[in-house]
Write a protein that binds this ligand. Sequence first.
Ligand code: ADP
Ligand code: ADP
Ligand code: ZN
Ligand code: ZN
Length: 747
Amino acid sequence: MTDRPSIEVHGARENNLKNVSLKIPKHQITVFTGVSGSGKSSLVFDTIAAEAQRQLNETFTAFVQGFLPHYGQPDVDQTLHLNAPIIIDQKRVGGGSRSTVGTYTDISAVLRVLFSRVGQPAAGPAFHFSFNTPQGMCPECEGIGRTTQLDLDKLLDRSQSLNGGAILHPEFKVGKWMWKMYPLSGLFDNDKPVRDYSEEELHALLYGADVKVSFGEFGSKYEGLVERFTRMYLKKDAAAMSERNRGVFEQFTTSQTCPVCHGGRLNAAALASRIEGRNIAELSGLEATELIAFLEGLSDPTARAIAAKLTQRMTHLAEIGLGYLSLGRETATLSGGESQRLKMIRHLGNSLTDMLYILDEPSVGLHARDVARLTGLLKALRDKGNTVLVVEHDPDVIAVADHIVDIGPGAGTHGGEIVFEGGYAALKEADTLTGRFLAQHLPLRTAVRSPKGWMTVQNATLHNLKDVTVDIPTGVLTVVTGVAGSGKSTLINDVFVAQHPGAVVIDQSRVGANSRSAPATYTGIMDGIRQAFARASGEPASLFSFNSEGSCPNCNGLGVTYTDLAFMEGLTSTCEVCEGRRFRPDVLEYRLRGQNISDVLDMTVEEALAFFTEKKIKGVVQAMQEVGLGYLKLGQPLSTVSGGEGQRLKLATELHKKGSVYVMDEPTTGLHLSDISLLLGITSRLVDAGNTVILIEHHLDVIRQADWLIDLGPEGGRGGGEVLYSGPPQGLLAAPRSVTAKFLLPR
Ligand code: ADP
Ligand code: ADP
Ligand code: ZN
Ligand code: ZN
C-alpha cells in the first residue's frame, strides 16, 4: 500500500480471529466479506468499532465517562489512527410514540420553521408547531394523536369476588402487593362477587374513597382501581414500554384516534394554520415523494427558500428507497433495514467530516433497483471526507468498494484469517469462496413444481394494499418480491398469517437475549443432553443444568460475575471459582464418552454432530449444521448471536416441528453467497416433503429458484400495494409494470 494515511490493526484475537493484522485506507470505502461466522463482526464491530469507541471515551473526563457505556478492552495488541466512530446498525430506532421519521431526522424542525414564517393565520414561532412542546401539543392526547381508555370489562371479572380473583391484571393477582390494597381497605365484603356490589361499593372499587389502608406498619391512601391504573399505566407511553409490559397494557385497554386533533397531535391554533390549503399535520402525513411535489409547487418566495432546504433532505429519503415513508410515521414501526437507512439520512444531514462510519449489511430489505442508490449514499459519505467500513454480502455493494477485506476461509475455528485484501477485479480472480461465488449466478428456473392446491388471501386492504385478492399455491416454493414498501410483509406477515393461522413464521425478531439462554436451551436439546448425562452417571438430570443445583454457586451458572461500579456500567469478568465452566467441580467429574457437561457446551455444532449418537439430539444438531450454523457453540449466549443467525436457529428448531406452511422474511440476511445454496437446499427438501414454503426475498438467486413468484408494486407506499404478477418465474419477464422483471435474468 502507498503512504496514504491508514488505520492499522495489529494482532487482533477477538472470538475466532487468528492474530490478524491489517491496514485500512482512510477516506475510502472498505467492504468486509466472508461466509457467515468467518469473523467479520469480530473484526469490524468487536475490535475496530469497540476500540474506536473506547479511545473516544477516554478523551472525556472521568465524570463524563461515568455516563457513557463501558467498553471492555478488545483482545488486540495495537490499533492506530482510528477516528471517532459512528455505528449505523439495524437496531430499531426506539423513542416511543413521540419519535417519528420527521423528528428523528430533524426534517420536521425545518417544516415547523416553514409554518412559522408563512403559515396563515400565523400561530407563533416554530415550537408552536411541535407536538413535543406544551405550546404545540393537543391538550387532549398530549401530542400522541391517540387516546387510550381502560376497558373495564377486560380488567374485571364481575362474577368473581376480590378473594376469588375478580381483578384480572397480572400485577393485581390474589396475594400480590398491588392486590392487597382492596381486601385490606375494609370497604368490601371480600368474598362477594363484584356483580353484587352496591353502586357505592362499585364506585369505591373503581374511583376511590377517602380512607387510609394499613399494610402492617405502612399506611397508604386508598386508590380506586381506575385511578391507580391511570396513574401507573395510562400516563405512560405504550410505544416506549417493554414488549411484555406493552402486551399486558394492550390487553386491558382500547385506543382510538384522538377525537380532538383527529390524530394531528397538535392544538387547534397550530392545526388552523395553513400553507396553500394544507396544515402541518396533513403535510406530515404525506409520503416523502408527495411532500416533495407539494413543496416544489410553492410560489411564495420566502416559502420557496425554506422549502428548498426541506426538499434537499426529503430527496435523500427518496433516493435511498424510503420515498414511501411519511414524516409522521412512528420510528417504532420501522423494520431493521428501514431503521438503518434512516440513520444514514440523519448522518448525511450533518456536516461532520473525518469520521469513521461503520455499517452492518445496509442492503438488507432493499430491492436490486435500490441498491444502486444505497451505494451512491456510501460514496457521498466517503466524499465528505469520511472513512467508511461496511460488512456486506451483496455483490453490487462489494463492487463499489475501494478496498475489500475477505475473511475466511471458513466459519468459526475454520475462519478468522484474512484470505484476500485488494480491489474488486482482483477479488473476482481470487481463489476464495467470495471470489468464486461473485463470478457465478443461479439460472432462472424453468422446470418448476406444480401447485398442489391454493390458499387465498381475500380483499386485503391493510396499510397500502389495494384490495388485494391473491391465490398462494401449496406444495411449492413461493417467493414474494417487490421494492421496499410495496407491501410484501403487510401481505404475508400480517394478512396471510392472520387469515391462515397455523403457518410457522420464521422472522428476524430476537431469539431472546437472556444471558442464560444458548443454542442448546433454545433448540431444546439441553434436556436430551442432561438425560444422557443422567443415564451415564446414575445422577438426577437436574444436576446437569446450569440453572439449578449443579451450577457454580459463585456465579449461579452464568460463568461470569458482575462488579457494580457506582456510576459506571458494571464490569463483567470470568468467574474465578469455575473459570467460566458454569458448574460445580463435582458435577464436572461425570463424563459422557469422555467429555464433561462443560466440554459438551463448549462444542461447536460441527463437533457435536460427530459426538452425539442420541437420535433426537443428533437430528436437531444436524438441522443446525444444515442452516449454516456449524461454527456456533452449543453454550454460546444467545445475546451474542446476530439477527440472521437467530433466524437460522429458529429455522433449525422449526424444521423439527410438523408444520406444513413455512413463512420466512428475508432469510438470506447475513448469508454469504456460498451459504445461499444451503438455504435453497433446505427449502427444497421442505417442499419435497410435502410442505409449503413462502419467502419474502430480494436476493436474485433465490428469486430465480422459486416455483412461483408473487410480485408486488409497482412502487413503495401508495404507489404500490398491487399484485403485478402471480405465476411461474418465467412469466414475470413479460409483466409490463414490474421492476423485478428487469433484474430477473442474470446479467
Ligand atoms: P461474521 O460476522 O463473519 O458472521 P462473527 O465475527 O460474528 O462472524 O463470528 C465469528 C466467530 O466467533 C463465530 O464462530 C461466532 O460464533 C463466534 N462469536 C461471535 N461472537 C461471540 C461471542 N460474543 N462469544 C463467543 N463467540 C462468539
Ligand atoms: P415491504 O415489506 O414490501 O417492504 P411493507 O409491507 O413493510 O412493505 O410496507 C407497505 C406499506 O405499508 C408502506 O407504505 C409502509 O410504510 C406501510 N406500513 C408498513 N407497516 C406499517 C405500520 N406499522 N404503520 C403504518 N404503515 C405501515
Ligand atoms: Zn389529540
Ligand atoms: Zn462460576
